[in-house]
Ligand binder design. Structure first.
Ligand SMILES: C[S@@+](CC[C@H](N)C(=O)[O-])C[C@H]1O[C@@H](n2cnc3c(N)ncnc32)[C@H](O)[C@@H]1O
Length: 346
């Protein structure tokens, strides 16, 4: 696939939002968050609007910096970021034991980078569920270019209320997406409903770890930066996710924070002290150049007004993520493999 240019970034900025409304969308988005006086209850009550605004505003930045897969990865020494991202996706396919021809659901699929990789890796039929129209339109173009539009498709819907019959998928996975749910139990229960009995759900969740102290002001600040920078209503603790899974009816086969034994820290690509040519756009220097480029594009009217403000909250996210990772109070890869029992009363 071709690498997005600065003009692709500018033209995609705002997603489905009218270009003249980008600045007011940024203002509304910011007001949902603690750093601008917003509160958790309001974010949860309006999660759909808050999360969709966020992805309309940031998707072209994500694609410009990350490529087609919008997630972090467990990484070995000597492995490039791109290789580790693919291996992280293959890991899910392997854990789910995917077999050719199976029907798989990707919950919160972004523009479909993982979905295309997993479908090709495992010869499965993957449906991507996403509530963001702009990302789905982009994902369809990329499926077509990749030649997987016969085996991969997209459905626009909210993962809290899925338009699928009970027991319709052989496997379900979610990569750094269900953290956007206003309530984990409600989301996992929907996943449980659409999964066939005896089959598995695997995910990488964004969580605060046991080292997070809710009374520590610095920890609170880091959590708030990640929430505003990443469109999250409230980051849950690992144990809350585990409890929600069990409550939804799943049997947890195994779970672990994979960040704990990643030889290369997952946050390294964003760390100010790190430099890499292969993931240059994500580095502090790369982000500084992008910031100035966006400023110039906004000045000459090629990027909509408000674009720089989007870059600002993404920069906050990068700082919060690196601090949260370094202090080990936050992880983007709390992994679990959970099975829906063969019968309800098992
Ligand atoms: C960080 S992105 C991860 C995307 C993808 N899993 C990947 O790794 O490339 C989170 C995704 O979850 C989707 N999402 C958030 N809330 C959602 C909801 N309520 N229903 C469906 N999708 C949702 C977003 O639109 C976005 O595509």
């Amino acid at each position: 696939m071709s690498t997005p240019t600065a003009l692709d970034l500018a033209s995609g900025l705002g997603g489905k939002i009218d270009k003249s409304q980008v600045l007011s969308a940024v203002e509304k988005y910011e007001k949902y968050h603690g750093l601008y006086g917003g509160d958790e209850d309001e974010r949860k009550a309006n999660y759909s609007d808050m999360v969709n605004k966020y992805y309309d505003l940031v998707t072209s930045f994500y694609e410009f910096g990350w490529g087609e897969s919008f997630h972090f990865a467990h990484r070995w020494k000597g492995e490039s970021l791109r290789e580790s991202i693919k291996r992280h996706e293959h890991f899910l396919a392997l854990q789910l034991g995917l077999k050719p021809g199976q029907k798989v659901l990707d919950v919160g699929c972004g523009i479909g980078g993982p979905l295309r990789e997993i479908a090709r890796f495992s010869s499965t039929l993957v449906t991507g569920l996403n509530n963001n129209e702009y990302q789905i339109a982009r994902g369809k173009e990329l499926n077509h270019t990749a030649g997987v539009d016969k085996t991969c498709d997209f459905v626009k819907a909210d993962f809290m209320n899925m338009p699928f019959p009970d027991n319709s998928f052989d496997a379900v996975y979610a990569i750094e997406a269900t953290c956007h749910a206003p309530d984990a139990y409600g989301c996992y229960k929907e996943i449980y409903r659409v999964l066939r009995p005896g089959q598995c759900f695997a995910a990488f969740e964004w969580c605060m770890t046991d080292s997070f102290d809710p009374h520590n002001q610095e920890h609170q600040k880091i959590k708030a930066e990640i929430e505003i920078g990443d469109g999250l209503p409230d980051i849950r603790l690992t144990e809350q996710c585990l409890e929600a899974l069990k409550q939804a009816g799943f049997e947890v086969i195994w779970e672990k924070d994979l960040a704990a034994d990643s030889p290369v820290p997952w946050y390294l690509p964003l760390d100010k002290n790190h430099f890499s040519l292969s993931s240059f756009r994500l580095t502090a220097v790369g982000r500084f150049i992008t910031k100035n480029m966006v400023k110039a594009l906004e000045c000459v009217g090629l990027a909509p007004k408000g674009s720089q403000r989007v870059q600002d909250f993404l920069e906050k996210a990068a700082e919060g993520l690196v601090d949260g990772g370094r202090k080990e109070i936050f992880t983007p890869m709390y992994f679990f493999l959970a099975q829906k029992p063969h019968s309800e009363n098992q």
